[in-house]
Design a protein around this ligand. Structure first.
Ligand code: 1HN
Length: 371
């Protein structure tokens, strides 16, 4: 071993390494330990953002930034402290693959229509009355609804209602950025005009378990909005039986014309953890962003207890052990990069075998102070 180290540090090797670098060449014998790990070593860290902070900052932002003034959306995104100043970004995303934000729109405001190669989704947490217009369909949003805008579709928002609305946005921005696939285009007018009836797709799919005859063959986004009333009905049916040992009563939003996940690169679930639920621990290659829709509880991530309540966001990075505990009946909305991991064939899961499947709690989460 010592011989090997001595060899790598010898002048002859060091000089050679330097020499080839000036020709824009690199020595693999130096790089391998940094590139190849036995298992994932996530740069993103487990983290939690309290709703109170997000809400307060959005309200402050509404005094400073208006879509009319800035021309864009009023969204504040979650910066994972482990990803700050990550080269070559200069900005931190929420996980290595995904971006998440909270967006506030006030009555009378519009957010201009545009399209991009990144896929987007929305989960509505506060208020009603605003609509998003996706490819000419005005989709009116209500609490608990899940909406999708897969890459390439025109979308903008407008608020003819009378109360502030807040929702979560998630996009696959870091993934598309890192593979060099970013395209963005503004709509020629500020906001697209309707070309089909309002709430068209949700009405066409109101049956929930059957598809219109013309959707026999797959479409990108046959259904633009997944209404809370249907999601909760599905969970109630499921909850009469045994819960999943890790995730309780969880349903995934799917594309009803092809059975795949609703958004091509991001999977989303709504899950009910009944009061007293004590999930078992596992870890997987995919990373997950959670928002607590209702309830309270905690998640143990790599031995640290993260207490959560309504509105809070938390991140379980890739390959982190995690288990959920519900102190009240709780609904968690989540977004994960599972489809990305599956496309690259790197999805793996491991079940925590020690101590009856539960981690020892060694610490409690506290927010990091700015440096
Ligand atoms: C976007 O289109 C939305 O449509 C939200 O509301 C956040 C962040 C980056 C790029 C596009 C939206 C976004 C975004």
């Amino acid at each position: 071993m010592a011989d090997k180290l001595d060899f790598f540090q010898s002048d002859i090797v060091q000089d050679f390494n330097k020499d080839i670098e000036s020709f824009h060449l690199g020595p693999l014998w130096n790089a391998i330990p940094d590139l190849m790990h036995k298992q994932p070593t996530p740069q993103a860290i487990p983290y939690l953002w309290k709703w109170e902070t997000l809400y307060t900052k959005l309200m402050e932002a509404s005094k400073i930034f208006t879509p009319d003034r800035g021309g864009e959306r009023r969204a504040i995104y979650l910066q994972n402290p482990g990803l700050k100043n990550r080269e070559p970004w200069g900005w931190a995303s929420t996980t290595q693959t995904l971006y998440a934000a909270v967006q506030l729109i006030l009555p009378g405001e519009t957010a201009p229509s545009h399209r991009h190669t990144q896929s987007a989704l929305r989960f509505i947490t506060n208020g009603s009355g605003a609509y998003t217009i996706v490819q000419g369909e005005r989709i009116f949003m209500e609490e608990g609804d899940y909406l999708i805008t897969p890459g390439g579709l025109w979308h903008g928002h407008s608020h003819p209602g009378d109360e502030p609305m807040i929702w979560m946005d998630a996009l696959d921005i870091p993934t598309i950025y890192s593979i060099g696939g970013t395209f963005f285009e503004a709509y020629p007018d500020r906001i697209e005009q309707p070309s089909v009836p309002d709430n068209f797709s949700a009405q066409r799919y109101a049956g929930g378990m059957v598809r219109p005859i013309s959707d026999r063959y797959p479409k990108v986004a046959p259904l633009g909005a997944y209404k809370w009333s249907q999601t909760i009905a599905a969970i109630e049916g499921l909850s009469k039986f045994e819960p999943d040992p890790f995730d309780g009563y969880a349903v995934e939003y799917i594309n009803p014309s092809n059975g795949k996940t609703a958004n091509p690169n991001m999977a989303s679930w709504m899950q009910l953890l009944p009061r007293g639920f004590q999930g078992k621990a596992h870890r997987h290659t995919s990373s997950t962003i959670y928002q607590v829709y209702k309830g309270a509880g905690y998640t143990v991530i790599n031995g640290v207890r993260f207490d959560w309540a309504k509105g809070d966001f938390f991140v379980v990075p890739n390959w982190a052990w995690h288990e959920h505990v519900a102190l009240e009946d709780s609904f968690l909305f989540s977004v994960s990069d599972l489809p990305i991991m599956e496309k690259f064939e790197v999805q793996r899961e491991e079940i925590y075998k020690e101590k009856n499947g539960h981690q020892e709690i060694q610490d409690q989460f506290v927010p990091l102070l700015p440096k």
